[in-house]
Ligand binder design. Sequence first.
Ligand code: AMP
Ligand code: MG
Length: 322
Amino acid sequence: MAERTRTTGRRAATRDRNAKAGGAARAAAKRVTDEAAAVTRPERLVVEKPPPDPDYPRYRVEPGSRLRLADVDPEESEHYRRKKDVADGLRQQRERIADLQARLYAEKARSLLIVLQAMDTGGKDGTVKGVFQGVNPQGCQVWSFKAPSNEEADHDFLWRYHQKLPPRGMIHIFNRSHYEDVLIVRVKGLVPEETWRPRYHAINQFEHALTLAGVTVLKFMLHISKDEQKRRLENRLANPDKRWKFRLDDLKERALWDDYQRAFEDAVSECTTRHAPWYVVPANKKWYRNLVVARTIADTLAAMDPRYPPAEPGLDKVVVPD
Ligand code: AMP
Ligand code: MG
């Protein structure tokens, strides 16, 4: 009897200690998550008089809300009418990104992951080209994900993405991403629902773990209309230099347009979080899309506030010998 009481007492003490440690771990995680939530709503930190111009916060999908793509007009461009209206603004945002990226690289403490998703012809490649011009290629890498190789397919679905995450100091852009595993994979029925359904949860945990490790996660869905896709596919067919981009399979995907829109709505609604929000950006007008994405990235980097490391002490007196 006495032995049992002692054992029970010891177990209770262990439980107490574990609970305390668990509480401390949760509190520490919450602090980092709260900081990330502030950084990924950057207008509150870096825009003096919101809303910013362009008004990117309106495209952020808040956690707990349900995205309806029919409610986002792909033609939207606010007060901008034509490409030349955004030229100066876009140049400014590119310069900000280049400057902040240089600081992030030198600081070598944190990193930025940018996820780009869209329907076929939605403009992922064009966004990379239009927004990251002028950024030092040494600090910025693009990873394009195709259908998984046999080796990749033999691992858990996140395995191949994990290997391409940005190390400290780097910006990595995912041109397609782990979201394909709840998009094409779902729409084409490549795995059963009991396999893809839990992935939203796995993705949220994955992105949360990244956040805790100092990776800021920013996700853009470039939203085009079905008519615009038709125009862009026709343009690829008509233009000899663009034909290589056209695949007959693109028409099969286009036939599944509504299924894809539903899959996008679910993926974005399930996986827009405080620390890793989704932005659904009107993308029929390529120049407006570039401006919105560039400003969102520039403000997010500014909110991260990367700093050049301090110089070694005593450099003031250093003379470089002949
Ligand atoms: P593109 O981006 O046009 O070069 O095409 C890449 C192709 O890879 C598209 O057809 C994608 O849907 C496909 N793809 C990308 N990720 C996956 C994935 N996880 N599973 C199956 N197909 C994928
Ligand atoms: Mg394609």
